[in-house]
Design a protein around this ligand. Structure first.
Ligand SMILES: [Zn+2]
Ligand SMILES: [Zn+2]
Length: 478
């Protein structure tokens, strides 16, 4: 009987071939799979893996084999330059948080930053100095247009509760967030749809929907974020389906969660995490923030679910500073508007994660708080333990040291699994490509994922395109 892990490996190879991988790339992928298998087998036996020729490796412990691929610049000097060059000093000092964020690993062939992948254009990064330069990428709330509106579009049954999403956006951006009334039936009927769809029922045509949303944009809206459980597409641009599309010129984003619940219950924290992360990621694009290469961060692009789910649900110091600077410059409550309180923001997010079962994200958030304050941030269980009387002895227990955040690849409490994962009763299922593999465009970052040509079949389905003016597009298929 074929092991599910083998089936998943084969599926990854099939995907690579369908995306146009040449022989060498496929060979490299197979080699990496074999190495991973050997490491796993060795770990199960508690031994280092055998060398490829079958002989035991010389000397003890096997270091993890070096992954080839482009390595994002994450040294202290690059980070300091990205965060501080051309930027006023900030309190609390965000540079204290760098150690909380894992480095981005070297990019594999199919990763966002890999060779010939959409992230190649993101490799130079967007340091604060560049972000602060005037240009069409800057987008500010104003005293009049100060609210973020969340619009349920069409069928939203099964989506996370709107009050949960609005609360998340409010905490994330420190702005008023309001749930927009559903569009009137006449407006909904005016939105073009592709009735044939792409396996998920009739699809909403994004440009048409954005146009309609824009026509109903409230006067005090800074940005409008539409979400739906219906599938999205952009037929005129050849995208058979899209996970989302953000239009900085219109300050409108539209995202579908339809494809995030294939393998998880819609009531699960994992589904909420997927939806919440894409919402915050895309809405941050509407602030003019491009993809991040300075650390593993929610603003990294991603080509597949393993990448997106390995990110922390948090902004690295550079991206958090961009939000902070934008809001502090905007002063939506007039000249006496107090600066953004980053500690309060972080505490609010930790409480949100705790309340919604996002255990690891809450722990990560507490690590950030500890780094910002320099004080230990006990977790709820730790707090209970600390409140209990000491068993014996006169001296009180020492406060626990700040807990470093765990690597995000260990999100086991939330039941997260890697992308090419055996199981789920679908041993031969192809790898999932569930997160928009975003690209940073010039003036209007927009994240799109879709199939290049629905009629062209699976072989053409993984093609990637960049369309003029739209900023970011990625074609992908299942
Ligand atoms: Zn970042
Ligand atoms: Zn993006």
């Amino acid at each position: 009987m074929e092991r599910v892990g083998d089936a998943a490996d084969k599926a990854a190879v099939r995907l690579a071939v369908s995306m146009g991988a040449d022989e060498a790339q496929v060979g490299a992928l197979v080699e990496r799979q074999a190495e991973a298998k050997a490491r796993k087998a060795a770990a199960q036996k508690g031994q280092p893996p055998a060398a490829q020729n079958g002989a035991p490796p010389a000397g003890p412990p096997m270091p993890a084999p070096k992954k080839k691929g482009w390595q994002a610049p994450q040294d202290a000097k690059t980070r300091e330059k990205a965060l501080k060059d051309g930027c006023p000093p900030c309190a609390p000092p965000l540079e204290r948080c760098w150690h909380c964020f894992p480095n981005l690993p070297p990019a594999g062939a199919w990763d966002w930053l890999g060779k010939d992948q959409p992230g190649v254009r993101d490799r130079p990064g967007q340091p604060i100095k560049r972000f602060l330069q005037p240009g069409p990428h800057r987008n500010f709330p104003t005293r009049v247009c100060r609210k973020i509106y969340l619009l349920p579009l069409g069928d939203v049954s099964g989506a996370p509760a709107p009050e949960v999403l609005t609360e998340l956006l409010r905490l994330w951006f420190c702005l008023e967030v309001e749930r927009m009334k559903p569009l009137p039936a006449k407006a909904l009927a005016a939105i073009e749809r592709d009735e044939d769809g792409c396996g998920y029922g009739a699809q909403i045509e994004c440009p048409s929907a954005q146009k309609v949303i824009h026509a109903h944009k409230p006067r005090d809206a800074f940005i409008v974020i539409g979400y739906t459980m219906e599938d999205l597409c952009n037929s005129s641009s050849g995208f058979g389906f899209l996970f989302g599309e953000a239009n900085l010129d219109l300050s409108i984003g539209l995202f579908s969660f339809a494809r995030y619940a294939d393998d998880v219950p819609r009531s699960s924290p994992r589904f909420l995490r997927r939806c919440g992360m894409v919402l915050c990621h895309e809405a941050s694009h509407l602030f003019g923030i491009k993809h991040c290469v300075y650390a593993s961060c929610v603003m990294n692009g991603s080509n597949h679910l393993e990448e997106s789910e390995s990110r922390p649900f948090a902004l690295c110091p550079v991206d958090l500073r961009k939000i902070q600077l934008t809001l502090d410059q905007a002063k939506v409550n007039g000249k006496d508007t107090p600066p953004v309180d980053l500690l309060a923001r972080q505490r609010g997010l930790v409480a949100f994660f705790d309340a919604h079962g996002l255990v690891d994200d809450a722990r990560f958030g507490r690590g950030l708080l500890s780094a910002l304050t320099g004080e230990p941030e006990p977790d709820p269980e730790g707090a209970e333990a600390a409140a209990a009387p000491p068993p014996e002895g006169p001296s009180p227990p020492e406060p626990p040291p700040p807990e470093p955040p765990r690597p995000l690849r260990q999100l086991s409490d939330q039941g997260l699994k890697p992308l090419v994962t055996p199981g789920d009763g679908q041993p031969d299922a192809p790898p999932r490509r569930a997160e928009p593999a975003c690209r940073t465009g010039r003036a209007e970052p927009a994240c799109r994922t879709g199939r290049a040509d629905p009629a062209a079949g699976a072989a053409a389905a993984e093609s990637r395109q960049e369309a003029a003016g739209a900023g970011l597009r990625v074609a992908a298929a299942r």
